[in-house]
Design a protein around this ligand. Structure first.
Ligand SMILES: [Zn+2]
Length: 435
């Protein structure tokens, strides 16, 4: 492939049209001017792309060709031969190399003037201040856990003022893209303003499985036939033997019986590839879906950075498997979100001890899952803290909550190693117990 030399003005021609003209759809406070492009290309504008895989390659290319100059990319993976069909920045000779490094080199050599800085490693290993230094963060991830981690990072920067309003200077914008086969989503997260991941965790349902009775009695698709053999017949015919997805004989056994079952029910389409895909739970990655979602993510990032257009509010779905359309939805913040709200309401018995209060938080159905060994502070005062202040604060554990925190409705800050940022708890003393 030949490099296409392109000068800056030519590359930014379309961007300039957006940045230098007024319009009816512009965002709040937008003033068309050439300085906006200068800003996008200045060292004040730094964009972090998390992930250099299917989405990441597309996001980096889109950012570079949209006029953004200072880009960082972080990814802990190395290139596998199976990535090459869609992760177009990589070549056969790159197999085994870090994705972030190769992606950065490829963009830097193809798009003059762009500086992509690679970081080969885990997102958890970067300090919070490193994340804070970016103007915006774009996620091109395929795991919910990594998204939740990044969410806790950006929400950890958020501060509320006395009136309970988010302090604008602490809002770190984040754009998230995700794809699953022919479906995808893009969403904009402005902590404190739009819902964060934890507010809308229900958007990521657990893997749906088919009802066993459908598999056993009324199979209607090749997948049903495969799952019947995999989940039911295997346990009956080869009881005690663990099914191993990497064992060729096991896979062939499931495939042959699934094909036979499909024949009995007049169902077509059971193949060895589909069998592998179903039992290994592989969702095919589709290059075009990645391209569409990445384009939307980068467009939203540009809108957030310059306000040339009103931003997505706040979630877009792309549906490519059942027709071809997109729709947007405005999801609501969870006012009791432990990660981004001004304070999760918790009712406390004023006579309970600090230890009992901590135990109450840990056993709370919504909060407990975020906590392993929480430290609690009230304003600038450590009520109880693990680590260096542990000896000093441990005597507080036996004291009454009402003595430690006389202010009913006070916001306590809870820190835990499972959380990247603080969890805010708005305490209400239970009035029935107060008497
Ligand atoms: Zn939230």
């Amino acid at each position: 492939m030949d490099d296409i030399p392109m000068d800056d003005d030519e590359r930014c021609r379309d961007l300039d049209l957006l940045l230098t003209r007024p319009g009816r759809l512009v965002g709040p406070g937008f003033e068309p001017c050439p300085e906006l492009r200068a800003f996008l290309q200045s060292s004040d504008c730094r964009v972090l792309c998390v992930g250099a895989g299917g989405l990441g390659c597309e996001i980096l290319k889109d950012l570079a060709l949209s006029g953004v100059v200072n880009i960082d990319v972080i990814d802990m993976d190395t290139i596998d031969v199976s990535n090459l069909n869609r992760q177009f920045l990589f070549r056969m000779k790159d197999v085994g190399q870090p994705k972030a490094t190769v992606a950065a080199e490829r963009i830097n050599s193809r798009v003059p003037g762009v500086r992509v800085t690679p970081h080969f490693g885990r997102i958890e290993d970067q300090p919070a201040d490193w994340y804070r230094s970016f103007s915006i963060i774009i996620l091109g991830l395929d795991s919910l856990e990594a998204r939740r981690y990044m969410n806790s990072v950006v929400c950890g920067f958020l501060e509320y003022d006395e009136a309970g309003q988010p302090d604008l200077s602490t809002v770190k914008p984040m754009v998230d893209g995700g794809t699953e086969g022919f479906k995808g989503h893009a969403r904009v997260i402005l902590p404190g303003h739009t819902p964060c991941f934890e507010c809308t965790l229900w958007l990521f349902p657990p893997q749906t499985k088919f009802p066993l009775c459908t598999l056993a009695e009324t199979p209607r698709s090749p997948v049903h036939c495969i799952e019947y053999v995999h989940l039911i017949l295997w346990g009956q015919a080869r009881a005690g033997e663990e099914f191993d997805t990497d064992n060729e004989e096991h896979m062939k056994w499931v495939y042959e019986r699934a094909a036979e079952r499909a024949r009995q029910y007049g169902i077509h389409g059971v193949t060895i590839q589909l069998t592998q895909g179903v039992v290994k739970n592989i969702i095919p990655a589709i290059a075009s879906t990645n391209a569409i979602i990445s384009a939307q993510c980068v467009l939203e990032a540009l809108k957030t950075l310059t306000c040339f257009s009103t931003g997505l509010d706040n979630y877009m779905m792309y549906m490519g498997s059942t027709g071809l359309y997109t729709h947007t939805a405005k999801y609501e913040k969870d006012p009791a979100c432990p990660i981004c709200s001004a304070g999760v309401p918790v009712e406390v018995d004023p006579d309970s001890s600090l230890q009992q209060f901590i135990d109450q938080l840990r056993s709370d159905p919504a909060l407990g899952k975020h906590l392993s060994a929480p430290s609690v502070s009230y304003g600038a005062t450590n009520l109880f803290a693990h680590g260096v202040f542990e000896a000093e604060t441990a005597p507080n554990l036996a004291r009454r909550m009402a003595d430690l925190v006389p202010d009913d409705g006070a916001v306590l800050t809870v820190n835990d190693k499972r959380l990247r940022g603080p969890m805010r708890v708005r305490m209400r003393y239970s009035s029935s117990m107060k008497a």
